[in-house]
Design a binder for this molecule. Structure first.
Ligand SMILES: Nc1ncnc2c1ncn2[C@@H]1O[C@H](COP(=O)(O)OP(=O)(O)OP(=O)(O)O)[C@@H](O)[C@H]1O
Ligand SMILES: [Mg+2]
Length: 242
């Protein structure tokens, strides 16, 4: 069996709130294999974004371990962590978070420049990816000159330009109309099928969850998964820590 690209085990995260501690993650386990599209669903406030931030090296969990290709994310130095976030993890957010004063091309090539590539090589890779997501004729547009769906496609291209081990997407189609959502979902599948990309996607969108290979549900701070033998039954998701 292949080893997972991303593992979160026993993740706990709590926040101080007015009336004491808010227990958001209470021992969440998740494992994502290379080439999978895994959806995380759950009501608003159940901790999906918190989980993605802990997995992506953006927010340190209070307990538990995160491994990306076997490396323990929260034991790394700040420098290695920054490198990991740049090279091995791609992020897509509900609102694109593109840099407004840069063109689509510049937004996509920046992560490659940051990883030390020459401008020319980075621009070549970014151009190819933008063509591939159907925005070959929008490269010099700034985000403000693109539609919401186009902005999200640029954000997906940016997330993938360094060929990360895994892309963490937080409500990627949350801000799009039905047609643009569908085309974004198709794009994610095409990226998996043709480029071998791996996705963990937090979503409220039943259409997106339905097309995922597996669906995990956040319940009281843990992740549950449909039983393979009896899909109507939800059982705790398990991560095998190497
Ligand atoms: N930095 C923080 N400080 C305090 N509380 C926080 C912080 N981040 C998140 N929370 C709380 O943790 C809970 C989970 O938030 P989170 O954003 O992970 O939920 P979610 O499942 O992503 O919700 P949604 O579907 O609305 O995006 C919420 O009650 C939120 O208020
Ligand atoms: Mg959220």
């Amino acid at each position: 069996m292949s080893s997972p690209v991303l593992t979160g085990s026993g993740l706990e995260r709590r926040f101080a709130s007015g009336r004491g501690m808010l227990e958001v993650l209470t021992g969440a386990d998740v494992e994502v294999q290379a080439g999978e599209i895994v959806a995380v669903v759950g009501p608003s406030g159940s901790g999906k974004s918190t989980l993605l931030h802990c997995l992506g090296g953006l927010d340190r969990p209070d307990a538990g371990t995160v491994r990306v290709e076997g490396d323990d994310v929260w034991q790394m130095s700040e420098r290695d962590l920054a490198r990991l976030r740049n090279r091995k993890i791609g992020f897509v957010y509900q609102f694109h978070h593109l840099l407004p004063d840069f063109t689509a091309l510049e937004n996509v090539l920046l992560p490659r420049l940051m990883s030390g590539e020459s401008h020319e090589a980075a621009a070549d890779a970014a151009r190819r990816l933008l063509e591939w997501v159907g925005l070959g004729d929008r490269m010099t547009h700034s985000p403000g000159e693109l539609s919401g769906g186009e902005q999200q496609r640029v954000a997906v291209a940016r997330a993938l330009v360094n060929q990360p081990s895994v892309v963490l997407a937080d409500e990627p189609s949350g801000n799009l109309d039905l047609v643009s959502s569908r085309s974004l979902h198709e794009l994610l599948h095409r990226m998996r099928d043709e480029q071998g990309a791996t996705f963990l996607i937090a979503t409220h969108d039943p259409g997106l969850a339905a097309t995922a290979d597996r669906v995990l549900r956040m319940e009281a701070g843990r992740l549950m998964e449909a039983d393979r033998d009896d899909p109507k039954t939800w059982i705790p998701s398990v991560a095998v820590t190497p």
